[in-house]
Design a protein around this ligand. Sequence first.
Ligand code: CA
Length: 276
Amino acid sequence: MPESKPSALKKDREPTGKVGAVADSTPVPVVETLPDNKPSTRPQVVERLSVKVKAVYPHDPLAFTQGLVWDGGVLYESTGLYGKSSLRRVEPVSGEVVEIRSVDPNFFGEGMAQVDDRLLQLTWKSGIVLVYDVGTLDLIDEYGFNGEGWGLAYDGQRLVMSDGSHRLTFRDVDDFRWRATLEVTLEGQPVNHLNELEFAEGLLYANVWGEERIVRIDPDSGGVTAVIDASGLLDAAEKSRVDVLNGIAYDPVSKTFWLTGKFWLKMFQVVFVPAA
Ligand SMILES: [Ca+2]
């Protein structure tokens, strides 16, 4: 079907080697035009949203937040750095770390997702996914993968991973094998440094590393449908003492997002609203 727009979802084979570094240097095919008689799957308008804070709660300032998951009133948090990485069960309102598991000091903890009764925690450069029982937080298994691990999210059907590039990979929930690759674009341009991920209401949200913006992605086309300006959560003095915005979890009951960052003293419960 040469007349149709190439799907962003590739189902050929997994790129080998160091996916992150190699992928970034690979020229990206750009679709210049779409046939007039074909409906575009690319969003016509990218929404500009900002963050409306509903509540502010404490967050452990020693937590180098890499992954955040909401599960019926409880937060699970993955933290990074060699020798300091952990998996935590956190009481969201008090910020109290109710339970914590240290990660092998050879691993740098990264994104995390809950898949039924398991928590899957990525490692950055070790090619290992640590698998925990969500009830006991006991380490019960490990899966392998190629490349770097950054963010991870699951919506009940799709398990998706970021690797620091503009490419996301869909993974098998049982053994983490590669299933498909999705290129994320904003107005036709690749969005690099996709980090922590979260599904909400059928759409995928991603922290962009090193920036105070979150992008909302159509998980079928890879097109960014909204850019969320999350600056202003911390004041200048607070920002000077912490690392970047990272960590996004969605509560489908209250329809609110939980946001924090690396070493942040605060956790924010927010909604996204049209930018003023
Ligand atoms: Ca998340």
